[in-house]
Design a protein around this ligand. Sequence first.
Ligand code: LUZ
Ligand code: MOS
Length: 761
Amino acid sequence: MKRNPDSALNVLGKTTYIDDMPESADMLHAAIVTSPSAHGTYTGLNTKAALAYAPGVRVLTAADVPGQNELSTSIPDEPMLATGNWHYRGEVLALVLAPTRSIARKAAALVKVEGRVDLPVIVDPRVAFANGDIIMTPRTQRLGDPEAAFKLCDVVVSGRVESAGQEHVYLETQGAIAYPEDSGGVRVISGTQSPAGVQAIVARILGVPMNLVEIETRRLGGAFGGKEDQASGWAALASLGAVKTGKPVKLYLNRRDDMTSTGKRHPYSSDFKIGLKKDGTILAFEADYYQNAGAATDLSPAIIPRTMFHAASAYHIPNVRATGIMCRTNLVPFTAFRGFGGPQGIFVIECAIEKAARQLGMDPAEIQRKNLLSEGDVSHYGMKMVDVRAKETFELCMKKAKWPELRAGIAAFNAENKARKRGAAVLPLCFGISFTKIMLNQGGSLVHVYNDGSVSVATGAIEMGQGVGRKIAVVVSRTLGAPLASVRIESTRTTTVANTVATAASTGADINAMAAQVACLEIKKRLVSLAAAKLGVDAATVDIVDGRVVVGGKSVTALTFAALATMAYENRVDLSAHGFYATPGLHYDMKAEHGTPFLYHVYGCAVVTATVDVLRGSYQFNDAFIVHDIAESIDELVDMGQVEGAFAQGLGWSCLEELKFDATGRLLSDTLSTYKLPDAHFMPELHVDFFTRPNPLVVANSKAVGEPPLMYGIAGYFAVLDALKAARPDGTSFHDLPMTPEKAMLFLTGDLAGDLQKERP
Ligand code: LUZ
Ligand code: MOS
C-alpha cells in the first residue's frame, strides 16, 4: 500500500460507491418533490396523478413522519418535509417511492401543489439584516480600542467586500440506502462525513432510540464540507421510506437536484475599516460580516466564529473589532465548505490591505510583510500565538518566487506591452486548527489484532478521497510495529465506534489517528510484556519495529509481529483495544469572546502571478509559488495532493466558479454546463515546498492539511487585480469575488456597475 488505498481501485473503476452497490429485487427508489418558488405557502399536495402513474408508487409527506420532523442540530427551523410553507427553492415537500428510479422521478413531477401563495423573497443578507431577519444575536470579538486608534492613523480606508458562494461539486452526489430491520429500526449506508450525526437525526425522525439505527460509510466520492451536516436529510428520507414500506429504499440525487437542494459555501457581504501609519504598520481594523445564511440555521453558528477568528488573518493588529451577523434569506441553507468561513474572513482583510496600499502608494506585499504575526503575539480573540511560522514561511516563499526580480520583470513587461498586462500577489496564511465548537474535538477507535498478526482499525474518520485512511494506517503501523501492508482500515460504522464527530475542520487525521494510536499503545504494551516474558528480558528493553521484536534497541529477534500475535492468543492475552482522544487545552468564553479555541495554527505563504488580456478581459495564471507548513508529513504524497487540490479549489472560488442566484431565489448555475470548475488549463505552474519543522502537539509531529491551502487561491484574485490596475491605473479597485473575466472586462472598460461604482472616490 504505497498510497491512498483507493487509488488503484479508482483507476481501475472498481471502487464501490453507494450507487454501485448491488440492488435487491425488492428495493424501492426515491425521488423528491421540491418547492416551486423560493418562498410560499400551500394548502396541500395533490398526489392523484402521481399515484396513478404506475403500480407501486407511494408518496410520503410530513404527516408520515413517526418521530420529529426536524433536521436541525441547533435552532429547530429545518423540517425534513415541508408543512404548509417553504422558504427556499429546492425545499423538499414530499418523497415519492417507486420500483425504479425513472418511475419515481416521473411520478414526482406529477405531484401538484395546491393553494399555492407566493410570498416576498429576500436574497440579499443586508436586506434581511435591515428587516431584522437575523439568526441568533450578532457576535463581536474585540482587542484594544479601534475607534481611538483610527485617530492616531495616517491613513484610514474603508470599503465594502462581496464574496460569492461555492458549489461543492463532489463527484458523488448525495444519497443513502436504508434497510429496514426487524427491530423497528434501520441500517443505512449513508454518504456522510458524520455517521454519528446521521444516526442521531434518523433516530429522531423515526422516533426510535439511537441503538436501533446503524449508519455505515465506506467512502465518499468527495464531500468538501457538503456532507458534514447536510447528508442527514437524505438518509432520514430513505429511512422513513424503508420503515413505511418494509423494503430497502435508495435515494440518490441527480446532479441538478443536488445543486438545487443542497447547501453551499456562504456568500458574504462585508464592510471594513483599516487604519495604518505612513510606514504601513496597521494600527486598527474593523469588519462587519453579513453572512448569507440561507433559509435555515444549519452550521452557520459554527461558521461565523471561524470567519471572525480569521479577521486579522496572519497579521498582528493591536486594535480589532470583528462582528459576525447571520442573515436569514430565501436561499438554500448554506453550509460547511472547506475553510468553513475562514476564506471569507481572510478575503476581507486582504481587500483592506490592497486598498490601503494603493492609498499609501506601497506594494501590498510590503504591508503584509510589515504586519506578520510574531511569537507570543496575542490574537484579537485572546489566544497567545506560539510556534508562529508566519515570517519564516513568508520570507522563504518570497525568496522562492524571487520577489524583487519578479516585480521588476512584471514592471518591464507592462512597460513594453499594451495588450497584455501582468500582475502578482502574495497571500500569507494562518489558519486555526480545531472545531470552533469545542465539544466536537473528540474521537474514538477500535483496534483488533487478529491472531495471524493482521490488524483491523476502525475510527470515526471518513475516507472521502483525502487519504485519511492511509495516514491512520501509517500511524498504526508505526505504533504497533506491524507491517503497513497488514493494516486494514474498516468502513466507518456507528456500531463499532460510537459518538464520533464529523470528519471535518481538517482534523480527520489529527483526531482519529490519535485515537487509533491510543488503542495501539495499549495493545502494544500487552504484546511487549508477553515478548519480554518469553525472551526472558526486561520489558523496558523490548520494542516492535517493522514487524519484528527488537531487544535493546538493536538486536532484531526472530520473533515476528505475526508470531507474537499468535502467541498472545494462545496465552489468552487481549488483542483488542478501544482508544479515545479529546483535544487538550481548548477553552472559549463566549461572553467575553476570548479564549484558546485552537490547538495550533497552520502557516504558509503563496505568490501567484497572472497575465491579463486587456482587450478581452480574459486572463491566465502563470506561476504559483507555495511554501506550506506541513510540519512532519505522515505521507508526503497524500499531503501534496491536499495542498494542490485545496489551492485549485481556492483559486476556483476566488476567480472562476460563479454561483449565481436571480432575484427570485432561483439558482441559475444549476448544472455543470453553467458552473465552471478549474481544470488543468486554468491552473498555474505549481511550485510547492513543504516547511517541515515538527509539531509536537499532534500525532507523529504532523499538522492538519485539508483546508488551510485553500486560502492560497485568494492570491489569484489579487494577482489578476494587480494586472488590471497596470492596465488602468485610474480605475478603482473592486472587491467582488470571484474575479471572472466578465468583471475584469467591465473594470477595463470602466463599466463596473452598482455598489462597486459607489466606492469610487
Ligand atoms: N466544522 C465544524 C468545521 O463543525 N466546526 C469547525 O470549526 C469547522 N472548521 C472547518 C471545517 N468544518
Ligand atoms: Mo468541514 S468545511 O466539513 O471541514
